[in-house]
Write a protein that binds this ligand. Structure first.
Ligand SMILES: Cc1cc2nc3c(=O)[nH]c(=O)nc-3n(C[C@H](O)[C@H](O)[C@H](O)COP(=O)(O)O)c2cc1C
Length: 204
């Protein structure tokens, strides 16, 4: 599934984090995935609204049990992918100035990976540098609209050992298909998906 970029297809794990199916976030993610696939990647998409991912219980089992979460739900499908994916895309609208509950529940459930990372262990299977792309959209024009999301994602990326971090954000996008009226957004997302997959200097 994973391996050095260039030796086999780049594996992208993509998270759609809006509860609104077919809304702005989904449309942007569709375009980014198209770009990634055009660049040769193998993309696996997860619509978090369709998955059962309980909030972290802070039970401590992951700290006691070697980094395994004891909650048996759809999050168990994601741990291996989060450790192994060459590229990760997280697409979320802004809800109350932060990521959606769907996104935050998934991120909080990465506590087992945080525990292992804090113990100094490598949580990433990949030997090469991994990359992440944050796609954000919000209804208002507020200058600091994405600040809270960025902070959460910085913590998540550190946990996942992802240091090549990219973002594509759009303000003032509120109606479900408003992003389609944006002059460049879908092309921008497609280009970002392509660039995410393109090999880095160390990978050529
Ligand atoms: C519960 C909720 C909270 C929201 N909070 C914000 C917010 O804090 N700031 C903002 O600019 N837009 C906010 N919005 C608007 C959405 O970010 C906006 O409609 C976005 O385009 C939705 O993306 P989607 O079509 O992918 O679901 C909120 C919408 C909802 C439903």
């Amino acid at each position: 599934m994973t391996g050095p970029v260039g030796s086999k297809r780049v594996h992208v794990t993509a998270f759609a984090c809006s509860p609104r199916r077919g809304g702005n976030t989904d449309t942007l993610l569709d375009s980014a995935i198209t770009g990634a696939e055009e660049a040769g990647a193998l993309v696996e998409r997860f619509n978090l609204r369709e998955m059962t991912i309980a909030p972290c219980r802070h039970c401590g089992a992951c700290a006691d049990g070697g980094g395994d979460c004891m909650i048996e739900d759809d999050m168990q499908r994601l741990y291996g992918l989060l450790r192994g994916a060459d590229r990760i895309i997280l697409a979320s609208p802004v809800f109350f100035m932060g990521l959606t509950a769907q996104a935050k529940a998934m991120i909080d459930r990465c506590q087992p990976l945080w525990v292992m990372r804090n113990l100094g262990e490598s949580v990433a299977c990949a030997q090469h540098e991994r990359r992440a792309l944050h796609i954000g959209v919000g209804g208002s024009d507020f200058e600091h609209l994405f600040d809270a999301s960025r902070l959460v994602l910085a913590s998540w990326y550190w946990t996942l050992q992802i240091f090549d971090r990219r973002e594509l954000t759009f303000r003032g996008i509120d109606a479900p298909d408003a992003i389609r009226d944006h002059p460049t957004a879908l092309d921008d997302a497609r280009a970002a998906g392509r660039a995410l997959v393109a090999p880095g200097i160390a990978e050529k």
